[in-house]
Design a protein around this ligand. Structure first.
Ligand SMILES: CSC[C@H]1O[C@H](OP(=O)(O)O)[C@H](O)[C@@H]1O
Ligand code: HPA
Length: 246
């Protein structure tokens, strides 16, 4: 049984270093997860892995079944979730290919299935979300980065947009005024649902590009791919240092 799970995002459809033991198809009361859960060993730890956008990267951010993914992970005994996510950099220090461990999040998404607490409830429930990410898991990731000399940013506010289109310059300016340092399309409802299930959850973000209007010209998928290739190499190094610390 894997107590630790990794949700892979854009640029991390599979974990190269994962020694795969088996794949498990899980049906949930909320529908189908993004794909089978892969169980394996990663740097000495049992780990479950699920690719957020599906094994072939075919599920766009607004159609990811976040509830099914997190329910499935909890169902197999996972208690800690490491989310890997590609983001656009808004703040000056959030430059391309850099790793960021955000500590706050703002939700700009809409019409996504965003809670487990609906339907025939015995009681209305409001979970606390003051600290949206697990402080312990964040600290472990930050220490892992330091241990292997990765120049990561250990804080930042993630603005979760609806996608799948990228943002306009004015939208990014608004996010910046709101205090967002990063922009991505999958941070919510994933983080909120993890909290509802009582899972420890933290994100390792990889800056794929300067957010709209913060760099030169348009955002191209070429630059996104190049930066993610570089950033994911650091994610792999971070995970190698992280696993023994968990
Ligand atoms: C320009 S790539 C946009 C795509 O990448 C991110 O996905 P993930 O968070 O799963 O790594 C972003 O949220 C968008 O879905
Ligand atoms: O610029 C972006 N905006 C939203 N999501 C993203 N994911 C990677 N880059 C971006």
């Amino acid at each position: 049984m894997s107590e630790i799970a990794i949700i892979g995002g854009t640029g991390l459809t599979r974990l190269g270093s994962l020694e795969i033991a088996r794949r498990e198809v899980i049906h949930t009361p909320y529908g189908e997860p993004s794909g089978p859960v892969t169980h394996g060993h990663l740097f000495g730890r049992d780990v479950a892995f699920i690719p957020r956008h599906g094994p072939g990267h075919t599920i766009p951010p607004h159609q990811v079944n976040y509830r099914a993914n997190l329910w499935a992970l909890q169902h197999i005994g996972v208690s800690r979730v490491i989310a890997v996510a590609a983001v656009g950099g808004i703040g000056d220090e959030m430059f391309p290919a850099r790793l960021v461990i955000p500590d706050q999040i703002i939700d700009y998404t809409w019409s996504r299935a965003h809670t487990f607490y609906e339907g025939n409830l015995k009681q209305v429930t409001h979970v606390d979300f003051t600290e949206p990410y697990s402080p312990d898991l964040r600290q472990a990731m930050i220490q892992a980065c330091i241990a292997v000399g990765i120049d990561a940013v250990g804080h930042g506010t993630y603005g979760a947009t609806q996608g799948p289109r990228l943002e306009s310059t004015a939208e990014i300016n608004r996010l910046a005024r709101d205090g967002c340092d990063l922009v991505g399309m999958t941070g919510m409802p994933e983080a909120g649902l993890a909290r509802e299930l009582g899972l420890s959850y933290a994100t390792c973000a990889v800056v794929a590009n300067w957010a709209a209007g913060r760099g030169e010209g348009e955002i191209t998928m070429d630059e996104v791919g190049r930066n993610l290739d570089a950033g994911m190499r650091d994610v792999a190094r971070m995970l190698e240092a992280l696993m023994p610390r968990l």
